[in-house]
Write a protein of this length. Sequence first.
Lengths: 110, 156
Amino acid sequence: MMTTFEALAEPTRRHILDLLLERPRLVGELADLLKVSQPGVSKHLRVLRDVGLVKVRQDAQRHWYELRPEPLAEVEAWLEPYRQLMEARYDRLEGLLNELQDEEKRHGKT
Amino acid sequence: MEKLRLVAEPGQHNLTMWRDFNAPRERVFRALTDPTLIPRWWGPKDTTTLVDKMEVRKGGIWRYVQRDADGSENGFNGVYHDITSPERMIYTFEWEGLPGHVLLETVTLTERNGVTTITDASVFQSIEDRDGMIQSGMERGASETWDRFEELLKTM
């Protein structure tokens, strides 16, 4: 099975998620909006269902596809340690800039 | 509070970050390009950075050596492609532990009302290289967290 990352790597699948963010939709609707064949859209929807980004709600004969955002938190969590590492570096740069300002003041510069 | 914004889209080769600093961009540019100032902020906590080479001009070479608390050393180097004071620098970046995996970094400084925004945009050779860099941050970040935890334990 694909990972959330691999599922999100495909541009059409990201586009599908954008459309589902607005509201639940039917396969035919998605195919029209994306200008992709219905079997093509179904294939992408299967991948998104497998990784849990999309769920289906059945209403009589119709299948509504809905966004399930929980796995996106996993992607955010993946980036967070690197972001914190860079944040720490920039915190030190900020500290240095404050020290430089003090030095400039002492030397009578503006 | 989060001051740094970082974007790394799945399946892409790039990584971009932004952060605002309450300083004119001439000062920010100086902090980024003065070899005597680099050791005062570059490199993670509990490491010391030695500037081996820093020829801040097009075609010039830079090389830093980062020494960890346990004495192990990591070299980083690259070539400056563009230095436009005080607004832009473009250079390559390579960790010597993984030669040949080079990324291109474009650092842009924009100033508005005395606040300078650093935009740091990196383009990697592959998605795997970019994800590997993020992964290494995860390991480093985790180790820093454990270091802080250890410090906390000492005070208890």
